[in-house]
Design a protein. Structure first.
Lengths: 281, 219
């Protein structure tokens, strides 16, 4: 069920072999999208949270997903890095392709972990490790998963903490950080694995309003650096400003997608129009 | 009252206090450590998703939590060797009841401690590519251990007091030796008062430790 599963420690990527499959969408023919998801479903018993969602995200693209609460956007995001096991569908991230559904052999625990190491995730509630300092939080992935030497992991952590503006807080424990600082450490922790893709799950929703901007500034910087990311958010102004493309999700499906301007300014779909109206008062 | 206290009986055989102390602390330490080990294993099994594992372990835990320790001690000492038709050394049979009793309570403390850790910690650790055992070892256990420590120390305090029940099967601990001394000197008031002081001297520092651990809320 999985075409290429590089071991965690292998830096050398295996040769790509998706040339024969479906033609890339809006991407240039020479470069296939970084993320290709087709007809993804996630069912919890009777409830189907994601009902056949598809998404293509090009390399270096910042794709924003918007939609009402309970529309399945967070579940969809968690499916992308397998924190939730998709019920069925197909997914390719970078060189790793997977097919889910009846008759498909589920991924081994080790394969799942190796895959997640390449897809970073930042959560609404930060979820920093409270018994580790900011620096130790960022070092944890490089040390435990990549087995990098201490000095190298420390350099990575210090570099990333400086990047998110928290070099001075590297020895602070999470309980001594503000929400905005904690979230920036969490972003540094995700980046420390040098992921191909970073997923952001409503990362400013738990923050006090005055702390939102410092976190958005870090995300903006990442878009400028060409990081591929999928951002689930309610920050419409921010989406308008930095999104390469915006997808509107409703009822577990992708309803509309296009440039930020198309989706946010010139919406015609009635559900999208109704959704956007709530953000303009 | 006309009773005249005479504490000279207490020091009639001074070496008995030392020997009793050694037996009491020896059984305490051994049954606490063995109980902890059982607790970690059983607590882990209790968290399994397989009923074939959780049901018998849950039954074991409930059996020991819901019967008097005195009965357990007597049962393991007298009934178990008969039941399994194997001769078990008396000193070992004497400690089995205490060990399983500690194990049953420890299992619940361990399970509760692990399950008290927020699910978000698991998700964050898995999201950077950690394997389940790495998440447990690096992220969950260090946090859970701090939460389990106060209840473990409390349970250990109870366990040390409970070793006095071993006297009913003639284990020569502090309690048993005190009883012998009483029957020799007929000075129960002085001897049991001194015995109480001795237990207090052992347990008070531990109880203090438990209180201090509970106040620590740095995680």
């Amino acid at each position: 069920m999985i075409s290429e599963v590089p071991r965690v420690a292998e830096a050398q990527a295996p040769p790509e072999r998706h040339g024969s499959s479906a033609a890339p969408g809006r991407q240039a023919a020479s470069e296939p999208p970084m993320i290709e998801i087709e007809d993804l479903h996630k069912r919890y018993g009777e409830l189907e949270a994601v009902k056949g969602a598809s998404l293509r995200v090009g390399r270096g693209e910042a794709r924003f997903i918007i939609g009402p609460s309970g529309c399945g956007k967070s579940t969809f995001l968690r499916c992308i890095n397998l924190l939730e096991a998709p019920t069925r569908g197909r997914m390719r991230i970078g060189e790793i392709s997977m097919t889910f559904g009846a008759g498909q052999k589920p991924l081994s625990t080790r394969q799942q972990a190796a895959f997640r190491a390449r897809v970073g995730m930042v959560f609404q509630q930060f979820h920093l490790f409270p018994h580790m300092t900011a620096r130790e939080n960022v070092m944890e992935g490089p040390r435990t998963v990549k087995r990098l030497p201490l000095a190298e992991a420390r350099d990575i952590a210090d570099g990333l903490l400086a990047k998110v503006g928290l070099a001075a807080k590297r020895d602070a424990y999470p309980r001594h950080l503000s929400g905005g600082q904690a979230q920036r450490v969490a972003i540094a922790r995700a980046l420390a694995m040098a992921p191909e893709v970073v997923l952001f799950d409503e990362v400013t929703s738990a923050l006090d309003p005055e702390l939102v901007d410092e976190v958005l500034a870090v995300i903006r910087q990442l878009t400028e650096e060409g990081m591929t990311m999928v951002v689930v958010t309610h920050e419409m102004g921010f989406a308008r400003e930095v999104a390469s493309a915006v997808t509107f999700m409703d009822g577990g499906m992708m309803v509309e997608q296009g440039s930020a301007e198309q989706v946010l300014e010139h919406a015609t779909n009635p559900r999208l129009v109704a959704f956007l109206r709530r953000f303009r008062r | 009252m006309g009773y005249s206290w005479d504490f000279s009986a207490v020091t009639l055989h001074p070496e008995m206090w030392l020997l009793g102390f050694l037996v009491t602390t020896g059984y305490s330490i051994a049954t606490i450590l063995a109980g902890l080990l059982i607790g970690v294993v059983c607590g882990t099994l209790l968290m399994s998703r397989r009923h074939i594992l959780t049901s018998p372990v849950g039954g074991f835990v409930q059996a020991f939590r819901c019967t008097p320790l005195l009965i357990q001690i007597i049962w393991f000492y007298y009934a178990l060797p008969v039941a399994v038709n194997v001769s078990i050394p008396a000193w070992l049979a004497a400690g089995l009841g205490l060990t399983f009793y500690m194990g049953a309570f420890s299992a619940e403390i361990f399970r509760g401690g692990i399950q008290s850790i927020d699910r978000g910690q698991w998700q964050a650790a898995r999201a950077i590519g950690m394997l389940p055992w790495q998440v447990m070892w690096r992220v969950v256990l260090p946090q859970a251990t701090r939460r389990m420590l106060p209840p473990f120390v409390n349970q250990s305090v109870l366990q040390i007091k409970n070793t006095s029940l071993l006297s009913v099967i003639a284990v020569p601990d502090l309690m048993y030796r005190a009883q012998l001394l009483v029957s020799e000197t007929f000075r129960p008031l002085e001897i049991y008062t001194s015995l109480g002081v001795a237990y207090f001297a052992i347990l008070y520092p531990l109880q203090k430790l438990a209180k201090r651990l509970e106040r620590r809320d740095d995680i």
